[in-house]
Write a protein that binds this ligand. Structure first.
Ligand code: ZN
Length: 142
């Protein structure tokens, strides 16, 4: 793949995030949880990071993260684009720090925060990942 192609691809992916369009992975997680009977709010603007899924009844918040955009640690999907290296490094590092700060804030507010990564939702892992997420959400002492 040429450098130009990669760059264009990355940019359009970025643009789709900026427009706030629901991505396939968010939809995948929401439909699964909904099918299991959970009810939730989407992209709630009252909370830091506008979490993808907020489940007040379970005191739980779920972020569904793209591996590139949120710099999934040690993940093979994460590689800094070959051009504008400084720009991308700064931008992605900033994203990662912001994610961490938001999780800390939400945890401080008493929420249980779960993060699901894009690479855990591929054909091979999705079922296990989603079942485990559901199990964790509903396993609370009451
Ligand atoms: Zn990943």
């Amino acid at each position: 793949m040429s450098r130009g192609t990669y760059e264009r691809g990355t940019r359009s992916y970025t643009m789709s995030r900026i427009r706030g369009k629901e991505t396939g992975i968010e939809r995948q997680v929401r439909s699964y949880l909904f099918a299991r009977g959970l009810r939730f709010r989407k992209n709630d603007r009252r909370y830091p990071g506008h979490p993808d899924v907020v489940l007040p009844k379970w005191n739980a918040i779920v972020f569904v993260n793209g591996c590139f955009w949120h710099m999934h640690q040690g993940c093979s999907k994460v590689s800094i684009p070959k051009s504008n290296v400084e720009f991308w490094t700064a931008k992605l590092t900033r994203n990662k720090r912001r994610d961490a700060a938001q999780i800390e804030q939400l945890t401080g507010m008493g929420w249980r925060v779960f993060t699901v990564w894009e690479c855990q939702l591929d054909r091979e892992h999705a079922q296990t990942t989603l079942e485990e997420l559901y199990r964790q959400i509903v396993s609370v002492r009451s």
